[in-house]
Design a protein around this ligand. Sequence first.
Ligand code: ADE
Length: 256
Amino acid sequence: MNIHIMTLFPDMVMGGLNTSIIGRAMDKGILSIEAVNIRDYAYNKHQSVDDYPYGGGAGMLMQAEPVYQCYRAVLERIEADKKPRVLYMSPQGKTFSQKMAGELAEEEELIFLCGHYEGIDERVLEEIVTDYVSIGDYVLTGGELPAMVMVDAVSRMVPGVLHNDVSAEFESFQDNLLEYPQYSRPEVWHEKRVPKILLSGHHANIEKWRREQSVIRTAEARPDLLERAELTEKERELAEAYVKNSLQSLSECDKI
Ligand code: ADE
């Protein structure tokens, strides 16, 4: 997969992505990530890329032409027969999810566009952007951090990026459940014991316990996810008991 990130801060983006698992995948050639500096496509001698918004208002806007020329330059380097998706990082976009990460991981080429200041001239967005994506209901100073978050989440779904492809299968949000708790050596730490069942070597029972723990965790922390999870009747009862319990303890607090 080839990822192209259009940004005014290429060092920030590459500094964050060059390390650990994603960095190794780049070294192995499974993944290529380049940050392209929009400022290199400024068309005035001061290399400025922003200007005041028509109609007034706070702050500066990134101008259309440098963004467009940067996009054209990226396209020229891509050998795909169809135009790649262009993802614009914006709090007004569709909320990013694990499902979206999985879908994007199937693309061969992806272009991320990071805005800064008060955003980007609408006309160039209309012309080049295919997807508006937000990473959550809060406002950041630019699209670089959201792009890094998304590139990380998408990259680890690309086959070969994780050492062990199984670990991308059994994790939070798969099946709309959160991941079960995990333990490593020593067996006792701060007087806390590893749950006995994990030492039993009985794989079927361990799987059952882990599944139960996932259901309980999800019921406690993200009951909204449970509506979309496929649960057995027993698991649904377990989840409902947890939700009811926490509601009860809430109403007891109310009495105080
Ligand atoms: N740019 C600023 N805030 C953002 C957010 N929450 N998600 C994506 N892009 C953004």
